[in-house]
Design a protein around this ligand. Structure first.
Ligand code: FAD
Ligand code: UDP
Length: 390
């Protein structure tokens, strides 16, 4: 029987959407995309809530990259709103509270210690690490200078330790050092969260960008369709679609353990619970995201209007994020791979199992069990298609 599709893509997140588009447009393949959710976009999906506010349903997403190819590629499917993300930590100070720029920088230094003391510390920091440079909190804690070491303890206590405990259930020393390195101490007065050359949000939102990506005559998207219902991996090393052998490329962007019925055990993840609140005010907070690094049960509050630039008088929606262990219960979403040696070793067993299927490729944050930003995902999807289409 002639097959209707040349390629199968599981997941309509960024990895799946870019891959599907490339295979169809550049490779002339007929592509079927299976997506278990009722919408495209994966975790970058956005929508208007009941109050008419554009929200990111699975947590705030800010696009940022230094990769021109990725930026130019996505720019085919969206115009951009130039948005420079700024984050502050809301911490107790004296009787009240104060807002400390995050990443901790030379402005944070002044907020924390006052001008005079900050000036002396700034000189020491710059002599040790260089102006405009970044140093991770774990490196700063190694400083032999007692004053810098005391400063490192301050930053660790006020910015990192409790936030990390909330997010990961572990201390900064226990988690992968690349994670806290994402938010280094920055010896600069640049208060932006990211310094990448290109940053912003799709002008009309992420979902329209995904709809355009997937809008190609040779791409068919089946929503509300779990791949488990249609794709089977035979013990004979053959992939089957709806029971028939399928020799075309299969790009899988879901969780690697799920693909094999978790036969070697579940890959550990952190999941999130998002609580949205709509308030009858123009603005709820001063910044797009406020991190609660000392107290409260949630990690951060994001107010979407700052991100999207949406103008809507006397209405705003905020989102609080609570992190906890992923258990695999139905409906729960694995958001963050917990990267350590034991989990990487478990993942390697699933990757080897996948390698038995010559036409199967694992792509994306879940399938590769990595902490990828959106730009890294788009880059990997483009590179995979370069490889498949060469
Ligand atoms: P996903 O977006 O997870 O897409 C995978 C898709 O596969 C999902 O739609 C899923 O439903 C589907 N799927 C899985 N299994 C199956 C199956 N069996 N059958 C059918 N479909 C299936 N990155 C940034 O660059 N900037 C940010 O500001 C940022 N903020 C983030 C905030 C949060 C809270 C989180 C969790 C992530 C954030 N990221 C951010 C990372 C970003 O979400 C990812 O890089 C990107 O979404 C990864 O795309 P993906 O396609 O690999 O995965
Ligand atoms: N982090 C922290 N305090 C902060 C911001 C970040 O301790 O105010 C740590 C925490 O461990 C977090 C990691 O740095 O998980 C990476 O933060 P990032 O904002 O990059 O995480 P994202 O939300 O983008 O995944």
């Amino acid at each position: 029987m002639e097959q209707r599709y040349d390629c199968l893509v599981v997941g309509a997140g960024l990895a799946g959407a870019v891959a599907a588009r490339e295979l169809a447009e550049r490779g002339g393949r007929r592509v079927l995309v299976l997506e278990r959710r009722s919408h495209v976009g994966g975790n970058a999906y956005d929508r208007f809530d009941e109050a008419g506010v554009l929200i990111h349903q699975y947590g705030p997403h800010i696009f940022h990259t230094n990769d021109k190819r990725v930026f130019d590629y996505l720019s085919r499917f969206t115009a951009w709103r130039n948005y420079q993300h700024k984050v502050v930590a809301n911490i107790p100070k004296g009787e009240g509270r104060t807002l400390l720029p995050v990443p901790f920088n030379l402005v944070s230094l002044e907020v924390a210690f006052g001008r005079r003391r900050a000036r002396a510390l700034e000189e020491k920091l710059i002599a040790a690490y260089g102006a405009e440079n970044k140093v991770t909190i774990l490196e700063l804690r190694q400083s032999p200078d007692p004053e810098l070491s005391a400063l490192a303890d301050y930053v660790y206590d006020h910015v990192f330790v409790r936030y990390t405990m909330k997010q990961w259930g572990q201390t900064p020393e226990e988690i992968d050092p690349n994670t806290t390195a994402r938010v280094p101490v920055f010896l600069s007065r640049d208060c932006r969260y990211f310094q990448d050359e290109y940053q912003g949000l799709p002008l009309e939102g992420y979902t329209p960008m995904f709809e355009k990506l997937l809008d190609h005559p040779d791409v068919t998207v089946a929503l509300d369709t779990d791949a488990g219902r249609r794709l089977t991996l035979g013990e004979d090393g053959i992939t089957r679609l709806d029971g028939a052998a399928f020799a075309g490329t299969v790009i899988y962007t879901g969780a690697a353990d799920e693909l094999f019925g978790c036969r070697f055990g579940r890959l550990p993840y952190r999941t999130l619970e998002f609580q949205c609140e709509t308030h009858p005010v123009d603005a709820y907070q001063t910044h797009g995201t406020v991190n609660y690094t000392m107290d409260e049960a949630f990690t951060r509050i994001t107010e979407f209007k700052h991100l999207t630039g949406q103008v809507l008088p006397k209405t705003t929606t905020i989102m609080k994020e609570y992190a906890r262990a992923y258990t695999g219960r139905p409906g729960e979403i694995p958001y963050y791979a917990i990267i350590n040696d034991a989990n990487n070793a478990l993942y390697a067993r699933y990757r080897s199992a996948a390698e038995r299927y010559p036409n199967l490729r694992l792509l994306g944050r879940l399938a590769e069990y990595k902490y990828y930003n959106m730009d890294a995902i788009a880059k990997r999807a483009l590179a995979l298609c370069d490889d498949l289409l060469k």
